[in-house]
Design a binder for this molecule. Structure first.
Ligand code: UD1
Length: 341
């Protein structure tokens, strides 16, 4: 029988793609979501891709009693914990919303895991934990973590710390924190993708919405940074590659006899500037984008990309898609939800 993997936040952007990849690899995902930041229609879309309706439960991840019941009812063999808020700006305006949901949600899942120590656990962390890496552009997992620049960043920083502390108290637990770089793109079917609530903060959704005519122009934040062309550099990773990394993480943790808390970068290993991403979008989709330069955004890291050697050696995983795939799939998705031909 297929192993059941609980995917908290499984109706969200990265969660929904991971559900699809889990099915492709023979797992049986159980989606847990309360749709506060996602749309239940994603279930129909996942159904279209995988050919059956996935198991799904409506539950607030902070509800530990319900979580315990779900663990028992479905005999859960693995957990991937995505359910969390992720808007940096909003976290500055409303920090308690972030601390109460992101931290309490994690603690609630870990409390249940403690009673089921053989069940592997994968945590959505972020490269935000590196902050502005001192003099470095390429960061590996041993690069010192920095003081986060937002409450959102603190919830990821502290999340890793909590998991590490729990491991010290019980070294039978099998846990992995995946530090995502910048996820982009959508499933090639254009049935699932990113659905930002309100005005997007992230770059590629803003680009695709501008191309769709929802915004007049993209404002590029800063043009005189000490980078290849004056704009900030990030490591943009295709969401399907990222989803595949989660499956490899579960495969790996299930294969272990002993406990662990591994921390793994998930990126492509390649830096791309904002302008390079804009130009890739224009070339790949054969269109011009209206953009202008504006002031720097406060708190922006200048340049960061992943060293991905550990992901390769530990998980046998490497990104196989590039930014051209990402900008093409993101535009295909935007067109499909806006009914643009
Ligand atoms: C940051 C975090 C990331 C986190 C994400 C959550 C870092 C390095 N990254 O991503 O871990 O998951 O927030 O939202 O801390 N830009 C524009 N114009 C726009 C939008 C963005 O020029 O309208 C630029 C930004 O200045 C930045 C780049 O595009 O240089 C990427 O920005 P964004 O997509 O918001 O991601 P990060 O800030 O890198």
């Amino acid at each position: 029988m297929s192993k059941k993997v609980l995917v908290t936040g499984g109706a969200g952007y990265i969660g929904s793609h991971t559900v699809v990849e889990l099915v492709k690899s023979g797992y049986d995902p159980v989606i847990l979501d309360d749709y506060r930041n996602s749309d239940p229609s994603v279930l129909k879309r996942i159904t279209q891709i995988i050919g059956y309706e996935p198991t799904h439960v409506v539950c607030d991840v902070c509800d530990q009693n319900r979580l315990e019941e779900i663990f028992k009812t479905y005999s859960i063999s693995g957990v991937i914990h995505f359910a969390a808020y992720k808007a940096v700006g909003e976290s500055v305006e409303n920090p308690l919303k972030y601390y109460s949901n992101n931290i309490a949600g994690l603690v609630s899942v870990l409390n249940v895991l403690k009673q089921n120590p053989k069940v592997p656990f994968v945590f959505s962390s972020s490269c935000t934990v590196y902050g502005e890496p001192m003099g470095l552009k390429e960061v590996d997992e041993n690069t010192a973590k920095s003081i986060p620049t937002s409450p959102y960043g603190y919830t990821k920083w502290l999340g890793e710390q909590i998991i590490g502390d729990l491991f010290i108290s019980n070294n039978r637990l099998r846990m992995m924190s995946l530090r995502y770089f910048n996820p982009i793109g959508a499933h090639q079917s254009a049935l699932i993708g990113e659905l930002p609530v309100g005005k997007p903060n992230n770059l590629l959704p803003f680009i695709t919405q501008t191309a769709a005519g929802i915004h007049e122009k993209l404002v590029i934040f800063g043009k005189d940074y000490p980078t290849v062309d004056g704009t900030c550099v990030r490591d943009y990773i295709h969401v399907v590659d990222l989803a595949e990394a989660h499956v490899k993480a579960i495969d790996h943790l299930l294969s272990l006899k002993n406990g662990c808390h591994e921390v793994v970068n998930v990126g492509t290993g390649k830096g791309t500037s904002v302008l390079e991403l804009v130009h890739a979008f224009e070339e790949e989709n054969n269109m011009k984008l209206n953009y202008t330069f504006g002031p720097k955004r406060s708190g922006d890291v200048i340049e960061i990309y992943a060293n991905v050697d550990y992901a390769h050696s530990l998980l046998g995983w490497k990104a196989t898609r590039d930014i051209n795939d990402g900008v093409r799939d993101a535009w295909k998705w935007e067109k499909s939800i806006r009914n643009i031909q």
